[in-house]
Design a binder for this molecule. Sequence first.
Ligand code: KIV
Length: 304
Amino acid sequence: MSTRPSAPAPATPAPGKLPLPELIEMKRRHEKIVTVTAYDAPSGRLADAAGVDLILVGDTAAMVMLGHTSTVPVTMDEMLFLTRTVTRVTHRPLVIGDMPFGSYQVSDEDAVRNAIRFVKEAGADVVKLEGGGRMLSRARAIVECGIPVMGHVGLTPQSATMLGGFKAQGRSADNARQIYDDALALEEAGCFAVVLEAVPAPVAARISEALTIPTIGIGAGAECDGQVLVWHDLLGLYEGRAPRFVKQYADLAGVIRDALESYVGDVRVGSFPEEQHTYSMPEEELALFEEQLGERPHGREQHG
Ligand code: KIV
């Protein structure tokens, strides 16, 4: 009798999962790679059903889910918790665990340890980290452990203070060249894709042309090999000012606000719940119940 487990081992892609090498094939076939962020089971399920290729459990969760004003405060444990809620319910899309600030900057060892936590504890397929320079060594170390890494250059929100705020990058020749070189170096370090955030479209186009691996753009123009948007921006759920590059496809905050106001009004005037929202019981049981209550003394005095 076989003693082999029937469930796939952790490093084995689950049946139906988009194979990672398919992303390079999609780039070669000029098929766009669709990515969206998600942070919980309902959003993960809906993204999967809509046919997205990659789900990023982004550290934007700090802002759109946890109420912080930047991505910096979110912790490893919070990111693992959120990632787990997405991986539990999704099937085809590759789920990317976004390594939060502080989880990889200090050393290659930290980076590897935390990337492993994303895979083992949260079921992430791959991880993402921000930056070039020293982060190339982090990316290489994680890839060498068998965990695929997505790079992220241009506007890297974890270092927004150093970059002078949440603003477009690569608008001077030298800065554009730096981003171009970083993207190439991330491919060289073994990354399977690179996010280009808030970079002029012609710069992103040249980077996309130069790389074999796909570029996933956000505010980087249509020549990127794929696009990513933040769930709350795309659906009109984030109440702050959206960046210029956001296309809002729905006004869910408005829909939710209207629904909640109707609910508040209905409860206040007693028009909810109606008969259809309640449970019945057999007449004779109700009569017995009333009889029992009738026989008992009422009021506080019965408790002494
Ligand atoms: O955390 C995030 O959502 C991101 C995207 C903006 C690319 O990194």
